[in-house]
Design a protein around this ligand. Structure first.
Ligand SMILES: [Zn+2]
Length: 332
């Protein structure tokens, strides 16, 4: 079936014809509508249809996307892990170094677009940088104010911090959520200092786990992910927006692999939230339960170690689950 809609265009090649290839739905939080993956008939880029608009997003996220019970104390504790011995080695082993703020250098000015609760800003500060954030979710505002973080609550298109240019702009797992990813790149291009870098992290639609898991791949994350990039398609989009790719790598968090294997086993029906993604209940004090929990924790640790070995090898060959791409302005 060919879809030809005026409101939908391919961010990679600007073509307006898409072909629906498979039905897919929210298998995490139970948003009840059926969606399709659609493939651009010109370049093969995959997008989620029907296309959601900026105006659809507050209702979608407000109703279905769970907000963890975050507090300033938790955010600070998380950010302080960066100071622990072997922190860098552990991030590499766990596959959690797939975040752009770890690349900031002392003395630089960083902007994190979609900074969430602001952990990345605290981490950048402890690496010696000055950190700014943009976040759509106003629920984070009390945390930002408690921690003294500089976060603009609103959209990139508000052009916040107008007098500020940045050495490093970071988007961690954000670009795939945007209806117009190319527009975001164009806006941010003008905010980089000469020689500045932009680091984006997003799911790799050409990953090994995607091939293995088909429509159960956890990073389809329908309908919240609107665009599904590969290294090739992203590079092409970035070059249309005036960027050259300085480096590309894949990084697979070991935890994602554990979740993927569970998702391959358990799949909810349309409109039903999956137990896999339920926010954990507080543990009870019963001994039998805590022994069971200890046993489960040991099993999980064994699996995570196995995944560590496997994922670090897969990432060397570029078939990992998240892509980390560093861009520079192309005339530089
Ligand atoms: Zn296309």
């Amino acid at each position: 079936m060919i879809l030809a809609t005026m409101e939908m265009h391919c961010p990679v090649c600007s073509n307006r014809q898409f072909s629906q290839i498979s039905e897919i739905f929210d298998d995490r939080y139970g948003e009840p509508n059926l969606y399709h993956l659609a493939s651009c008939i010109s370049c093969g880029h995959l997008a989620t249809t029907p296309r959601l608009m900026e105006s659809d997003l507050p209702g979608l996220y407000g109703n279905y996307y769970p907000r963890k019970s975050i507090s300033a104390v938790n955010v600070q504790a998380e950010a302080e892990k960066i100071q622990r011995p072997f922190a860098k080695l552990l991030r590499w082993w766990n596959g959690t170094n797939n975040q752009g703020q770890y690349l900031v250098r002392a003395g630089e000015t960083m902007l994190d677009v979609g900074c969430g609760s602001g952990t990345s800003l605290l981490e950048a500060q402890s690496l010696g940088a000055t950190a700014f954030g943009i976040e759509a979710d106003p629920n984070v505002a009390p945390i930002a104010s408690a921690l003294g973080l500089t976060i603009h609550f609103g959209s990139l298109q508000d052009q916040p911090f107008p007098d500020q240019q940045f050495d490093l702009i970071v988007m961690n797992q954000v670009i795939e959520h945007l209806p117009e990813p190319g527009l975001a790149l164009q806006i941010l291009r003008n905010r980089l200092k000469p020689g500045g870098r932009m680091v984006l992290v997003f799911p790799n639609q050409a990953s090994l786990w995607r091939r293995f898991s088909g429509d159960r791949w956890i990073n389809w994350h329908i309908p919240y992910h609107l665009h599904h990039f590969t290294s090739t398609s992203f590079t092409r989009m970035a070059s249309h927006c005036g960027f050259a790719v300085a480096s590309t790598q894949t990084i697979t968090p070991n935890l994602w692999t554990l979740l993927q294997l569970r998702a391959n086993r358990i799949r909810p029906l349309l409109g039903q939230p999956s137990p896999l993604w339920r926010v954990a209940e507080p543990a009870t004090g019963v001994l039998a339960k805590s022994q069971k929990k200890l046993f489960r924790t040991m099993i999980v640790m064994i699996f995570l170690t196995m995944f560590g070995v496997m994922n670090r090898i897969v990432d060397v060959f570029g078939f990992g689950d998240s892509l980390m791409v560093e861009l520079r302005r192309s005339e530089e």
